[in-house]
Design a protein around this ligand. Structure first.
Ligand code: C2E
Ligand code: MG
Ligand code: MG
Length: 758
């Protein structure tokens, strides 16, 4: 179950991780796509800006090119005509060619002089350029004028034609851009002179001036790249912030025939407007999708968790106490023991006579008691300790201590609190809590074994508050279980044998009877004495079967002896207390006697003194019935417990068997013991009760008993218990029961009983 549970949890975790990974991967792809689209669009729009700049550049260049072509044609035409005609010729053609005025000078010197004369000395003629046949355009910002100079190196003539032109057209061209008026387009010279301006203005100086002292003071340096590009005739783009922090984009394109350059500046927002919106939309959509997926995933995980928790609750919760059940306790306890070095103990707790309580007060009251007990157990737990109800009224507690005194103290508190329950019969019924403790010395044992050990300890009931598990008891219990399980088969296979111990009449030394004593010739454990297995079988309520078997065996034996015409004697058979609960036991025994043709009077039923003590009135009737059916009755082990001479008065018994404890210390000697024994013997004599002294081992004891008037002796001094075959040999002499010669009777008999496990 534990494996299944953790396997299930592992696969759920794997699924959740996979789901999360898929969501993350999808999100990453979405984001990458969005960014890619954004970058692509941005790149394309930037390209658009460059294209627009280039188009402007082309327009302007074409315009100027046309103007220059026109100038060259006019120059060549003017050179063809007479010098006096030229002035008019040029004036006429000025209108036609869109120039404000046209002038033809004979060489570069004159051209320079003209320039100085008309526009001052700050403008310089580029002779090299002109010599190569190229044109020079000089912008005169203050006059919104552009002056064209061009010669022609195809002919030998050094004449230079000068054309003056307003820069309106240029301005118009530049204002005509595609960014809804949000773009600024300018033409500047390489040095930065703004051509289309009304005033003398240097673009780079303006930039430097306008950014000075702002937080973007480093911006003018960015323009150094542009300046360098322009010097080498290269185009390019530039990103920079405006003074207000707005992001701007600039694209520049030098004109091929002069040192002019066209550039366009637009705010990046104009450039990115649509794309950013789209990208933002895309991002939002992506985020919403991720959010949705995460929510759905989360929802599913929560559902799954709830479901799992419900299953876990069903599998691991005890529905009566609301706490853990046995399974959960084991899983948790195993985990704790595995991971902790501390000393732990398992306690098993149960409620005495819980079945009775349940039957009398009903299941609901029983449940209330269980809840109360569990609540008290919970109260006594310290951090890290756990508890659960296992089944019925059994609870387990894992305590973090092996200190016996501390455990006893804590369990005593639990007992006090739990037993204070007043919910039954208005508090008049009080139940008792019992506890067994197993100190966990060996963690390699499994939990079930530890619990079972605590259960076994609980059943010892040898402590006030609780009992502690002992290894020796385990061996005993193991033996008990084995014997209990082996008993039926041994009964069938004949492993139980009848032994007989002769009883010797002291008056004449003759064998007057025998006691049937059982032996178990166990197939594996060898010969077992009744002292080992009888208490076990009594506890297991199996002893009456054995007594029944013995009784029948004795009847069978008596039947055979009768058939063999042997002299028979009274054989006593032990009856255990358990038989008394069989209502028609004596009738059954009587029927067995009849079946075997045996007179009940030849059988004596031995009952131990303690049985008589427990229920004297009932026993009186029982003895009475025994006599009615013809059996003899003897009071076994008299004096072993709380012997009461009163018993002799109340009960109509035939024989008392003085327990061997009277004779243990060479009694009867001259002291109190002797006095007691002789008194009992006297009393019995007067009540006409026969007396048997048991456990006699010494001849001196025999002599003393004879003197005190004891009727019969049963002891090793004469005979040990022996198999039937041996009895037939030793107790008989030619079919007659043997009489031991008086002197010899007091000699110890060395007949040996096969060794047994005492
Ligand atoms: P018990 O009925 O008092 O039997 C007498 C016990 O004293 C026998 O022990 C016997 O061997 C022992 N004994 C006799 N003379 C001496 C002696 O001189 N010295 C010593 N040390 N012991 C002596 P055993 O056979 O071991 O039986 C023990 C008890 O087991 C019996 O005590 C009886 O209570 C019970 N038992 C034996 N057979 C049966 C049976 O078939 N049914 C029942 N219910 N109990 C039986
Ligand atoms: Mg006996
Ligand atoms: Mg006895």
């Amino acid at each position: 179950m534990e494996k299944k549970y953790s396997k299930r949890r592992r696969s759920q975790r794997i699924l959740a991780v996979l789901f999360g990974a898929v969501i993350l991967a999808l999100s990453w792809v979405f984001l990458q796509n969005s960014l890619h689209i954004y970058e692509q669009s941005r790149g394309r729009t930037k390209q658009y800006l460059i294209d627009i700049t280039y188009q402007l550049h082309e327009h302007i260049e074409t315009q100027i090119q046309n103007s220059l072509e026109m100038l060259r044609l006019i120059r060549n035409g003017a050179l063809e005509i007479e010098p006096e005609e030229r002035e008019r010729y040029l004036t006429d053609l000025a209108d036609f060619s869109n120039f404000n005025s046209l002038h033809l000078v004979s060489d570069f010197d004159q051209a320079e002089a003209w320039l100085r004369q008309h526009y001052g000395g700050q403008y310089v003629l580029d002779r090299d350029l002109l010599q190569q046949g190229q044109a020079q355009l000089i912008a005169i910002p203050g006059k919104s004028m552009v002056v064209y100079f061009t010669a022609d190196h195809a002919d030998q003539d050094t004449s230079v034609i000068i054309g003056e032109k307003g820069n309106e057209l240029l301005k118009e061209l530049l204002s005509n851009n595609s960014f809804d008026g949000q773009a600024l387009t300018l033409t500047i010279t390489r040095q930065g002179t703004v051509i289309t301006s009304q005033i003398e203005q240097n673009f780079f100086d303006e930039i430097a001036a306008s950014y000075a002292g702002t937080e973007y003071a480093e911006v003018p340096q960015l323009f150094e790249k542009m300046r360098a590009d322009l010097r080498t005739g290269q185009s390019g783009t530039l990103s920079f912030p405006s003074r207000s922090g707005e992001s701007l984009l600039l694209s520049y394109e030098p004109l091929s025939f002069s040192d002019w350059c066209v550039f366009t500046v637009i705010p990046a927002s104009v450039l990115n407007a649509g794309i950013e919106d789209l990208t933002m939309q895309n991002l939002v959509l992506t985020l919403v999708t991720i959010l949705l997926l995460v929510s759905v995933g989360g929802f599913l995980v929560i559902l799954q968790r709830k479901h799992t928790r419900r299953l876990t609750d069903i599998a691991f919760m005890d529905e009566i106490t609301g706490g853990w059940n046995e399974l959960r306790f084991r899983l948790e306890a195993e985990q704790i023991l595995k991971s902790s070095d501390a000393a732990w103990s398992i306690v098993s707790v149960d409620i005495a006579d819980f079945t009775f309580l349940n039957n009398i007060y009903g299941a609901q009251a029983g449940d209330a008691v269980l809840r109360h007990v569990f609540a008290q157990i919970r109260n006594m737990l310290q951090p890290g300790e756990i508890a659960a109800r296992s089944s019925a009224d059994i609870f387990y507690i894992l305590l973090q201590t092996q200190d016996r005194d501390a455990i006893i103290r804590r369990l005593s508190g639990l007992k006090r609190n739990a037993e204070a329950f007043t919910g039954l019969d208005n508090g008049s019924y009080r139940f008792e809590l019992r506890a067994g403790v197993y100190l966990i010395h060996d963690c390699s044992r499994n939990l079930a074994w530890m619990e079972e050990s605590a259960n076994l300890a609980r059943k010892y009931r040898d402590g006030q508050e609780c009992s502690f598990y002992r290894e020796e008891r385990m061996q005993e219990q193991k033996l008990e279980r084995e014997l209990i399980s082996d008993m039926p088969s041994s009964l069938r296979s004949g492993a139980f044998e009848v032994y007989l111990q002769p009883k010797v009449r002291l008056s004449d030394g003759c064998i007057s009877g025998a006691e049937a004593l059982i032996r178990w010739n166990h197939p594996e454990k060898g010969m077992l004495s009744p002292g080992i297995f009888i208490p076990i079988l009594e506890k297991a309520k199996m002893i009456s079967r054995l007594d029944h078997f013995m009784f029948e065996q004795v009847c069978l034996l008596l039947q055979r002896w009768q058939q063999e015409s042997r002299e028979t004697c009274v054989i006593s058979v032990n009856l255990s207390r358990q038989n008394l609960s069989i209502p028609d036991l004596l009738q059954q025994y009587r029927a067995i006697c009849e079946r075997y043709g045996v007179a009940p009077s030849s059988i004596e039923l031995e009952l131990t003194e303690s049985i008589f003590m427990e229920n004297t009135a009932w026993m009186q009737k029982f003895v009475q019935e025994m006599h009615q059916l013809g059996f003899r009755c003897s009071l076994d082990d008299f004096g072993a417990g709380y012997s009461s001479l009163g018993l002799l008065k109340d009960l109509d018994i035939d024989v008392i068997k003085l327990d061997r404890s009277f004779f243990a210390g060479n009694v009867p000697d001259g002291g109190k013991g002797r006095l007691i024994v002789s008194s009992i013997l006297n009393l019995a004599q007067q009540l006409h009760i026969h007396t048997v002294a048991e456990g006699i081992e010494q001849t001196e004891q025999v002599s003393a008993l004879r003197r005190m008037g004891c009727d019969v002796v049963q002891g090793f001094v004469f005979f040990r218990p022996m198999p039937v075959a041996d009895f037939e040999q030793q107790a008989y002499n030619g079919g007659k029961l043997r009489c031991l010669p008086c002197t010899a009777a007091e000699e110890p008999n060395n007949s040996k009983e096969p060794p047994s496990h005492e």
